[in-house]
Design a protein around this ligand. Structure first.
Ligand code: G1P
Length: 288
């Protein structure tokens, strides 16, 4: 498998989540007791990733602090007898190689990915948007497989109601999905009006690229809002017939807004054997 490296763009300032994000990066907001970025890193590890590159922002030093192994904390917790928790803490930043690079100017997702060029090197890599939590690593694994088999870039897709397409990158496809959900993508447009959308298929935040995407990103002109859009690099791949998509109905939670985060916390906590049953009991007692 070619994909052993993942890029996690985490330089955004979380304006949809102010005032919480005035001092706490949104990627560190807890899903019950675990920062969202840890769940995304766990998904990457589950899909075979050995090196995670976080694209951060110098105003968010807490991300780097979280990802730096800390034997003091591990030892303190171990001495208190909480061995399982100590083991969990000892794995943070140690069960995968972690690098942090910086995007100092807010110039869009394409630019953020481009900031990881040197750290990635001449290799295929995944991009995981940390606002989105997937139920498991199956989609990322499937994207990696398609990339291995075809050499194409590969993106996760889902069907949405037509009036939701304007919240996402939206794609046009050549023919209906095969039995594995794989499609050839022929066009990509970022946040179209429903009337102009090429389909009801939108990009969810999982991508696998070959290293040539960095040349494509470098060649891009900023969009009207001044941002270098990753979608424009995808359009270049689509136009040259080298972009595949997988239409997926994977469980997915969008934690980018307070309401989406709260729903993710409730749903994912309900799934935890250690915390789910007591939360469910409390919810039932509260709401009948
Ligand atoms: C980004 C991408 C968009 C994609 C979306 C998935 O948009 O630009 O193409 O569909 O993530 O969540 P954002 O949500 O950052 O505005």
């Amino acid at each position: 498998m070619a994909m052993r490296t993942a890029v996690i763009p985490a330089a955004g300032l979380g304006t949809r989540f102010l005032p919480a994000t005035k001092s706490v990066p949104k990627e560190l907001l807890p899903i019950f007791d675990t920062p969202a970025i840890q769940l995304v890193i766990d998904e990457a590890i589950g899909a075979g990733i050995e090196h995670v590159i976080v694209v951060s922002n110098r105003t968010k030093p807490a991300i780097e602090a979280y990802l730096t192994p800390s034997s003091d904390v591990v030892d303190r917790v171990r001495r208190s007898g909480r061995t399982d928790l100590a083991d969990r803490l000892a794995r943070i930043g140690a069960d995968v190689q972690v690098s942090v690079v910086y995007q100092d100017v807010p110039r869009g997702l394409g630019h953020a990915v481009g900031c990881a060029r040197q750290a990635v090197g001449d290799k295929s890599f995944a991009v995981l948007l940390p606002d989105e939590l997937m139920g498991d690593e199956s989609l990322l694994k499937a994207l990696s497989k398609v990339h291995d088999l075809t050499g194409n870039s590969a993106i996760g897709l889902k069907r949405v109601a037509k009036d939701q397409v304007s919240e996402y990158g939206c794609v046009g496809i050549k023919s209906e999905p095969d039995r594995n959900g794989v499609v050839e993508v022929t066009s990509v447009v970022e946040k179209p009006r429903p009337a102009n959308a090429p389909s009801d298929l939108v990009i969810i935040g999982r991508y696998v690229f070959g290293p040539h995407v960095f040349d494509d990103i470098d060649s891009l002109q900023p969009a009207e809002n001044g941002e270098i859009q990753l979608t424009d690099a995808l359009l270049m791949a689509a136009q040259s017939g080298s972009l595949s998509g997988i239409v997926s109905d994977i469980e997915r939670h969008d934690t980018g807004s307070p309401r989406g985060w709260l729903e993710a916390v409730i749903e994912l906590t309900l799934q935890r054997p250690d915390a789910g049953p007591s939360l469910e009991k409390w919810l039932r007692s509260r709401f009948g």
